[in-house]
Write a protein of this length. Structure first.
Length: 76
């Protein structure tokens, strides 16, 4: 299940300082993008989302099960 550790991995991978929050289910902004992975489970040792345990491929997820991360920008 998507949690703050997963959000931290994706935020760092994208060049942000860290994750501030993670959102799942009804908290996720609706999007027309397809789901490309599911059951993501990162550890603090994972450096990128591709390193995390997950199920790849387009999956049939019901509405309201997406996940998002809110990332903290790096200070300049």
């Amino acid at each position: 299940m998507w949690d703050i550790t997963d959000a931290q991995v994706i935020c760092r991978q994208l060049g942000f300082k860290n994750a501030i929050a993670e959102f799942t289910g009804s908290d996720v902004e609706e999007s027309k993008l397809p789901f490309l992975m599911s059951e993501v489970s990162c550890t603090e040792q994972d450096s990128e989302l591709a390193s995390c345990a997950r199920t790849d491929g387009e999956v049939d997820c019901p509405d309201g099960v997406g996940a998002q991360a809110l990332c903290e920008p790096c200070k300049k």
